[in-house]
Design a protein. Structure first.
Ligand code: SF4
Length: 284
């Protein structure tokens, strides 16, 4: 009897699940809802929102200018405070910023108010980082790695108060190497480990599962970075396939396969996971 094992940690993280479910809930009570940016990088989840007449707009000026938009959703990544204020002037704002991201925003604001210069680990164009930077009152630098920080270290010499925070989904190895560097060269730096454990927990559970099965199936959207990371990690341990729909699995030879593992990135909705699960339950 072939075994199909679903990773005990996979699919929507708490922040995305909350934003997605509350958006669907809003669509039952309100009309003319627009999400400021995609709520999740997954076409199947986005289609569910489109089916409920929730639109997506990436340009805040167009949202503000549009008389057809009454309600604006702030997604889990959050936005800068000046943008939030602009939206509040003319729209009903539904703030679905993830509580973990909110904590980092509040921390950044508190550090800025106490005159800290803030070193932020993350991707400068990532929406979460844009939101956090908005709370830093101009006293910050965003770096992607220790080497990038070292290249800019001259600007740290004259800072009396330094603090280090990160994008919630930054790589923990980069975080630790920067924290180690700062502890050695700038020992008074306040170090705040603002990483979210959700993506790491999914990665750890999936790689452990990949070690115990013959084939691993990673479910998600081809454009999703966190799903691609999962795929690459599992490839190191067993034959691994990526699937958006059951059709992606039609060419696999299942001969001799006794254990199949399933996992999915934090942007994959449960409905997509279940569709593939059902297909696997019925293969011969
Ligand atoms: S990864 Fe973590 S911080 Fe980001 S939305 Fe999910 S739960 Fe929130």
């Amino acid at each position: 009897m072939r075994q199909i094992i679903l990773s005990d940690k996979c699919g929507f993280c708490m922040g995305v699940k909350n934003a997605f479910n509350k958006s669907l809930e809003c669509s039952t009570k309100m009309q003319h809802i627009c999400c400021y940016g995609e709520i999740v990088h997954n076409k199947f989840a986005l289609q569910q929102l489109t089916d409920r007449n929730i639109t997506v707009e990436n340009d805040i000026n167009r949202i503000i200018a549009s008389p057809d938009i009454e309600n604006v959703i702030i997604r889990a990544h959050g936005i800068p405070p000046n943008e939030e204020q602009r939206l509040h002037q003319t729209k009903n704002v539904i703030d679905l910023t993830c509580p973990n991201v909110k904590k980092v925003q509040n921390l950044a604001q508190n550090l800025a108010e106490r005159d800290f210069f803030i070193i932020i680990l993350g991707k400068v164009n990532h929406p979460e980082i844009k939101g956090i930077c908005g709370y830093c009152e101009g006293h910050y630098i965003v770096v992607r790695s220790l080497s990038e920080l070292e290249a800019n270290s001259a600007m740290l010499h004259n800072c009396e108060r330094l603090a280090f925070i990160s994008q919630t989904t930054a790589n923990y190895k980069d975080f630790d190497s920067i924290a180690g560097y700062l502890a050695t060269h700038y020992p008074n730096t306040e170090i705040h480990r603002t990483l979210c454990h959700a993506p790491i927990a999914i990665q750890n559970a999936s790689t452990e599962l990949a070690k115990r099965v013959d084939i691993m199936i990673i479910i998600g959207d081809r454009q999703s970075a966190n799903t691609a990371t999962l795929y690459n990690l599992c490839c190191e341990h067993c034959r691994t396939f990526f699937a958006e729909t059951p059709a992606d699995l039609s060419g696999i030879d299942w001969t001799g396969v006794e254990r199949i593992g399933i996992s999915a990135g934090s942007s994959t909705p449960e409905s997509q996971i279940m569709r593939i699960r059902e297909y696997l339950d019925n293969i011969q």
